[in-house]
Design a binder for this molecule. Sequence first.
Ligand SMILES: Cc1ncc(COP(=O)(O)O)c(C=O)c1O
Length: 384
Amino acid sequence: MLSELQALERENVIGTYARNPVEFVRGEGARLWDEDGNEYLDLLCGISVTNLGHCHPEVVAAVREQAGTLMHVGNLFYTEPAMRLAARLSESSLGGKVFFCNSGAEAVEAALKLARKARAGGDVVVIHGAFHGRTYGALSATPQESKQAPFAPLVPGFRACEPRADAIAAAVDANTAAVLLEPIQGETGVHVLCEDVLAAARAACDEHGAALVFDEIQTGMGRTGTLWAYEQTGVVPDAITVAKALAGGLPMGALVTGPRLADVLAAGDHGSTFAGSPTVARAALAALAATSAPALLENVRRRGAELAEGLAGLPHVLEVRGRGLMLACELDVSAPEVVRRALLGERLVTNATGPTTLRLLPPLTIDGAQVQSALERLAPALEG
Ligand SMILES: Cc1ncc(COP(=O)(O)O)c(C=O)c1O
């Protein structure tokens, strides 16, 4: 029988999501509670959004205070949180300038517009297995037949190549506006791009004057053990896209450039009504400050190593991939079934990115006891 919410959904909500049959009503740290008071351990963070855990006290305090002071006035005026946040984002990464928006796909759109303005009519080279979002530009940059085909025709000028150094070198030429890539492909199963692939992309962009854009929407905000994943690669991109965990659970995205691309977009070129509004910007300032703490990033590296090692020893796990607390396991059993058993039987929130791929994106604040508990509860879910 359908619950009241399931009936409301069936009647009223366009069916783009396959939801799990659980209604969450409260969260704190790594824990969630459903409407019957059952406690769950969250190993997914709303797909890497609540990286600081649910209801992080500093984020909550910032939102409460700002919401009672000034929620929105728009980009025709100055507001302090957005200007301070832009400065913090720039100094924490590439040292250029920031465009604010409201989601990951919008950050990708901004990057595409910037790249095309820098090289008029230029192509964008993307990588097979990528996911950059669902809006038309971001979807056109997402070379997955099942996602693109129903929505053709797409935006022209995108070329996909294999994640190999020679393929990237061959794909980039004098007409390339940008190479857009995720340093770790998240939605298609946590595939870490090799250093030589990133270095080849950097070299090809330098040679042909194209922009190298890293999509750090999932890998950023501490997820891999450094604030930005590119810090661990030896390659510095010309711009990064950021979203998901940026505002500690509120919707916000950003394009952050290095100095070379900082002034490509000018007044009137791009915009968004809600972008950089005071409440989300205050939340992001609090989230960025908490995420930048060395002890937190050290926790990501340590707990990530413990979790990866523990996962590798569990039944039906063939391979563990990822960095920090962005991990996936390749299984020899059905991952969606494991996710269902983990959720309903063990009260663990996980996710399957494919038929045999289990993805874990726990809060960066997870402690050692919670990692051990997660491993102990995953074992029976894997055994079935
Ligand atoms: C790497 C990457 N880019 C872009 C997006 C799109 O973000 P959003 O869903 O906020 O539009 C996602 C979402 O999963 C992502 O993982």
